[in-house]
Ligand binder design. Structure first.
Ligand SMILES: Nc1ncnc2c1ncn2[C@@H]1O[C@H](COP(=O)(O)OP(=O)(O)O)[C@@H](O)[C@H]1O
Ligand SMILES: CC(=O)N[C@@H](CCC(=O)OP(=O)(O)O)C(=O)O
Length: 287
């Protein structure tokens, strides 16, 4: 059982280099996919802290891949344009007008902001969407949701090329249909599909809660597939947490070694998870 309490400031724990070294070595050459949710983005300071974590990971030999969301930013733009929007099972019902706005906000504004923050922190980030180099081809998820896509054919070769050049891919969750349609893909779903295609060592799903909570509100530091199914059936896992836990199960099935759902607003969240013994958030492993 992982410890529930943790020192949130990775630097303040004043770990010696000796202590940190085994963890640095453990992840050297590893592929880590990080889903950065709209609610986790916060202000410019939170964005800068996230960017520093990602750059540090790259500097110690990890291949980080950022897949982002941006639900609140889409909501804001839809409101300005007076377009109504609703969610079913954590996914946005997306008509033709909405998908245009979703692509504009995610592949435009949000993606550019993250790329800029990483580059400001000294990294070399490259912004992409699932359309680039046929990275993520989708089928319609369910006609009732309109232009919401499920990734069905992945080609991650563009990402491995970027790893070779020590660049950091930053991916907007927009998919390409087989007949030229544009699909709105839930950010967690896209991150899971990309992590699965890369057989990533870790998928980190950053959000605005400390982890998956039980009915009493306590964070479950380790979760099994059975617990996820039970908590979902009981309605304890609901709303935006549904795509995250669904993604975790699918990613594990696709060969990702472990998935962690954690608080992206905490300082050094990614570093705490990778480079401390207790980790952070809720971890889901195979088996
Ligand atoms: N069992 C649960 N444990 C923790 N959070 C939950 C749970 N069930 C539902 N949630 C909700 O899921 C939200 C996270 O999903 P979402 O808002 O879509 O995040 P993001 O924008 O970061 O992807 C939490 O803020 C919380 O309100
Ligand atoms: C199909 C679907 O729901 N797509 C999401 C895409 C953005 C997203 O996932 O953003 P967060 O990670 O910030 O929630 C949406 O339209 O809001």
């Amino acid at each position: 059982m992982r410890k529930q309490t943790m020192n949130r400031d990775w630097i303040a724990t004043a770990r010696t280099l000796n202590e940190a070294l085994p963890y640095l070595q453990r992840y050297e050459g590893a592929t880590v996919v990080i889903k950065f949710g709209g609610n986790a983005m916060g202000d410019d300071n939170a964005m800068a802290s996230f960017a520093r974590d990602i750059v540090l990971m790259r500097q110690v030999g990890v291949n980080p891949v950022v897949v982002h969301g941006g639900g609140p930013m889409i909501n804001e733009m839809l409101k300005r344009l007076d377009i109504k929007s609703e969610f079913v099972g954590g996914k946005r019902v997306t008509d033709a007008a909405t998908v245009e706005v979703v692509e504009m906000v995610l592949a435009g504004r949000v993606n550019a902001r993250i790329v800029q923050a990483i580059n400001d922190a000294g990294g070399k980030a490259v912004g992409l969407s699932g359309k680039d180099a046929r990275l993520m081809i989708c089928d319609q998820t369910n006609p009732d949701l309109g232009f919401v896509g499920t990734p069905t054919e992945m080609d991650p070769s563009v990402l491995t090329k970027l790893f070779e050049a020590e660049m950091i891919p930053v991916i907007a969750p927009i998919g390409m249909g087989r007949s030229g349609e544009t699909y709105n893909v839930n950010g967690d779903t896209a991150a899971g599909a990309i992590a699965g295609a890369l057989k990533a060592d870790r998928l980190l799903l950053l959000t605005d809660v400390e982890g998956v909570k039980d009915a009493t509100g306590a964070v479950l530091t380790e979760l099994t597939s059975q617990q996820i199914m039970d908590l979902t059936a009981e309605g304890v896992i609901s709303g935006g947490m549904i795509p995250k836990t669904e993604t975790a199960l699918m990613a594990i099935d696709a060969g990702v070694r472990a998935v962690v759902i954690l608080d992206g607003r905490a300082s050094n969240a990614c570093l705490l998870e990778l480079y401390t013994e207790h980790g952070a958030g809720s971890i889901i492993r195979k088996g």
